[in-house]
Design a protein around this ligand. Structure first.
Ligand code: GL2
Length: 834
């Protein structure tokens, strides 16, 4: 049982006397000190980059002091720790977030003002930490934020990629990828920890211990050192500061002086290059598994260093290893960190000398696993020969895990060979493959999906046999959530002011259930006007951002219709742009007088396509080609504008999301596990146009169906439609046919380029059911338009929606994980220094 801090505060060291003072003079001194001592600058010789850096280092000092306090406190009281293992953390910027958390924003704004800079400009100097692809990586960042704010002793573990998510340039309408050199300038938000490093082995061979059945010695010459970098995670309004520990491969010990002395300069650094590449790049694939050997080695480096670190910390407590599950909970963010399971087994068996059953009991009570997708192309599988070559010991352990697991299945369902084949961790293909989702499931005590519909689907599909064998209780739902700190308070200051005014204070930032009172304001005309004005101001800010990033001028008075997310066939950006083409066609058919009566609309896209995902890249080209023609059509003018904002990122999202009137979440039913931007848009007063999929469904349940525009077929209908379309030509309705015709008439440039997109619908079985959903999609747009024209009712919808969104705070999600999976408790750090 985790220990609740019951001791008197006085027994612990009280830091209140040593807290760095928060008055203007002290803050100014520390900024000036960093300018001089960290950056060799004087206040008369700085630019906004240095204004940012010096202030950030000064804020960091304050954070680190609390970091120390938090960890010392948790060690002392023996708190149970939660470890969130993720190959992705899409953090974005930290400066503004830290200022808000420490409640020092005004103080720093004043100090910067004194030396001639605006805080906003300093904030704009920071580069995003983009160590993730999309929703899954951003969820991990929101979860560590929530753990810090809700006082859970939680750490994230990940990799410190030298190159994060690639930068997207749009050249001639096409996506072009450039490296994200985010570490080119100093990064105030990480602390290198050369003292914390672990050796990680690859390849080699095994020597069996004749005395012990399950004990081996793994001998290999290929050993890399993984070194820790700590990223403090500010807790808003609490002493607690969380941590994300990121591993990077250390290379300096790999320099070969003998080769250098012999004149072989390339050979001298060969080992360093081989090591460095391991943590150089984030794989830019969202919801796809590439199966590359380097990726497997990345995953193992990450898992091995993390397991060694967790065990080392635990062993300092002096407790027996059997108590590890009482002191540590490890959550696997998808299958990418699954090798943590056999690695934990290896350490317990080979290094600690435990018996198999003891080690397995400890491991399965410690690990839990979150599944984030049902797309077959995303399922991680590793060829047995590859795993066996790179990680021979782990391959052996996986075989044994599977053997004992299948024996238990055979015992329960004797003679069911088909069941054994389908549930086996090893797929009997050629070559054989290790199914990582199955391994994660077998090695965990709980498995969860990320929205109600998704958790149901995985029980009926990939984990169907496991439900039979292991019981339904193991499979639970934890609907995703987002951080109200970043996704309301930070990105939408004007709306946050209004909420604070109604709630009475800013406590809603850490307790979103308080925003319920907004509901009382729907009849307050003055309040509604201010609500509308706040949205308009955000739209103005986005219009400026669009102008500066694309050169396109848009009017904030138009309806802003937004779809921003990774470009993927299942997310159906193609359907959106085909809808735009149809709208353009209709506008062209009208007289000027008729057009003048139309609602003005700006259709905004942003998102990256995986570098090797050709179809997705063609969709980007189509969007840009349509934009070029529509935006330069003088007849159309402001009635319709189409914008593709390049290089979508967390920071771009912070501009875009608060400015949307309507946002599209239009995946084919059953394909989007949850979605999290849908939650962010509604929390910022936007309305959703969406399919009955992922978390859209629960959002609809919470805010009421009058507040959301649903369309399209339902998840349980999809299989039948797909089956039909495998054998029959789709029958596009007139609207869809019109859009195809327009493209094929070269309206948007050479139609040949786009023919494969049309063929995917018309000849490729229309897997994502565009032809099925298009008519209801167009109807839903009409309903949106009619509703937007009724401004008062629209504002009511917006306020009501926000007031009912408490469920989608990541604080709620984390509390559920803590109570139902981790058995962990909040441990507020005593000895207040706030
Ligand atoms: C994803 C899902 O696609 C998305 O629907 C979900 O909201 C997030 C977080 O649970 O996880 N799965 C996945 O592989 N990526 C996602 O964003 N990349």
């Amino acid at each position: 049982q985790p220990k609740t801090p019951s001791k008197e505060d006085g027994e612990f060291r009280d830091y209140s006397h040593s807290e760095i003072a928060r008055d203007a003079a002290t803050i100014k001194n520390s900024v000036v000190m960093h300018l001089a001592a960290t950056f060799l600058r004087t206040p008369s010789n700085i630019d906004s980059a240095h204004a940012y850096l010096a202030s950030a280092f000064s804020v960091r000092d304050r954070l680190l002091q609390r970091w120390n306090l938090t960890n010392e406190y948790h060690d002392k009281i023996g708190a149970k720790r939660v470890y969130y293992m993720s190959l992705e953390f899409l953090i974005g910027r930290t400066f503004d977030n830290a200022l808000l958390a420490l409640q020092l924003r005004d103080e720093y704004a004043n100090v910067l003002g004194d030396v001639g800079f605006r805080l906003e400009d300093a904030i704009d100097e920071e580069r995003d930490a983009a160590l993730g692809n999309g929703g899954l990586g951003r969820l991990a960042a929101c979860y560590v934020d929530s753990m810090a704010c809700s006082n859970y002793p939680g750490w994230g573990y990940g990799l410190r990629y030298k190159y994060g998510m690639f930068q997207q340039q749009i050249i001639n309408g096409y996506q072009v990828e450039a490296p994200d050199c985010w570490l080119d300038s100093p990064n105030p938000w990480e602390l290198p920890r050369p003292d914390i490093a672990y050796p990680v082995k690859f390849y080699g061979h095994l020597v069996r211990d004749p005395e012990h059945e399950h004990r081996y010695k793994w001998e290999s010459d290929v050993v890399y050192d993984a070194m820790a970098f700590d990223v403090p995670v500010p807790g808003y309004g609490t002493n607690n500061v969380g941590n994300i520990r990121l591993w990077s491969c250390k290379t300096n010990t790999l320099f070969d002086l003998n080769k250098f002395n012999a004149g072989d300069y390339q050979g001298a650094t060969g080992g360093q290059v081989a090591a460095q590449i391991l943590t150089d790049v984030l794989y830019p694939n969202d919801n796809t598994n590439e199966g590359k050997e380097l990726r497997l080695r990345q995953e193992y480096l990450f898992c091995s260093a993390t397991m060694q670190d967790i065990l080392a910390r635990f062993k300092k407590s002096g407790k027996p290893l059997s108590e590890l599950p009482d002191m540590a909970a490890i959550q696997l963010n998808d299958t990418h960190p699954t090798l943590g399971i056999p690695e934990m087994m290896r350490l317990l068996l080979d290094e600690e000398g435990l018996k198999w059953d003891e080690a397995w009991d400890i491991t399965t009570r410690t690990f839990a696993f979150t599944n984030h997708t049902v797309l077959p192309e995303a399922m991680e599988k590793w060829p047995v020969p590859m795993l066996d070559k790179i990680l021979p010991r782990h391959m052996g352990i996986i075989y044994d895990i599977n053997l004992y697991f299948l024996q238990s299945v055979e015992k329960k369902f004797p003679g069911d060979r088909e069941l054994l084949r389908s549930i086996s961790v090893i797929e009997e293909s050629n070559p054989q493959q290790v199914r990582m989702a199955y391994l994660a499931c077998v090695g965990s005590h709980k498995v969860n999906g990320v929205a109600a519909i998704h958790s149901d689907i995985i029980k009926q599909t990939i984990f169907k046999d496991f439900v039979r064998v292991q019981g339904a209780d193991k499979f639970i739902n934890k609907t995703n959530g987002v951080s109200p700190r970043r996704w309301v308070n930070e990105c939408n200051p004007d709306m946050s002011e209004l909420i604070t005014e109604v709630v009475g204070d800013r406590s809603w930032v850490n307790d979103l259930s308080k925003i319920k009172v907004l509901e009382e304001k729907v009849d307050d005309k003055d309040f509604c006007k201010r609500w509308w004005d706040a949205k308009q101001k955000n739209k103005g800010r986005l219009a400026e951002y669009i102008l500066s990033t694309t050169g396109i001028k848009v009017s904030p008075n138009a309806l802003f219709d937004v779809q921003v997310k990774r470009i993927h066939e299942y997310k159906r950006q193609l359907m959106n742009i085909l809808g735009v083409v149809y709208r353009y066609h209709r506008l062209k058919q009208m007289t000027q007088e008729e057009r003048d009566k139309e609602l003005h609309r700006v259709v905004i896209f942003a998102g990256k396509a995986a570098a090797g995902y050709w179809v997705a890249k063609q969709v980007i080209k189509l969007i840009n080609s349509v934009a070029e023609v529509v935006n330069s059509d003088e007849e159309i003018g402001d009635v319709l504008k189409v914008v593709f904002i390049p290089d979508y990122s967390v920071t771009a999202a912070e501009y875009i999301i608060p400015a949307s009137d309507i946002s599209q979440h239009i995946s084919t039913a059953g394909t989007e596990a949850s979605g999290t931007s849908n939650m962010k848009f509604v929390l910022n007063g936007g309305i959703i146009l969406g399919t009955v999929d992922g978390a859209n469904i629960e959002i609809g349940e919470e805010i009421g169906e009058e507040q959301i525009f649903f369309f399209g077929c339902l998840a349980h209908e999809v299989e039948d439609f797909r089956h039909y379309l495998r054998f029959h030509q789709p029958k596009p309705d007139t609207a869809l046919q019109t859009a195809f015709d327009m493209i094929q008439r070269n309206t948007f440039g050479d139609a040949h380029i786009f023919q494969p997109l049309i063929d995917a619908v018309m000849r490729g079985g229309d897997v994502y059911l565009l032809s099925v959903d298009f008519p209801s999609y167009i109807e839903a747009h009409k309903a949106v338009e009619a509703a937007y024209r009724q401004r008062d009712e629209w504002v009511t919808k917006s306020i009501l929606s926000v007031s009912r969104m408490a469920k989608f705070s990541s604080d709620r999600a984390i509390q559920e994980y803590a109570e139902e999976i981790w058995n962990a408790e909040p441990v507020p750090v005593r000895g207040s220094i706030i």
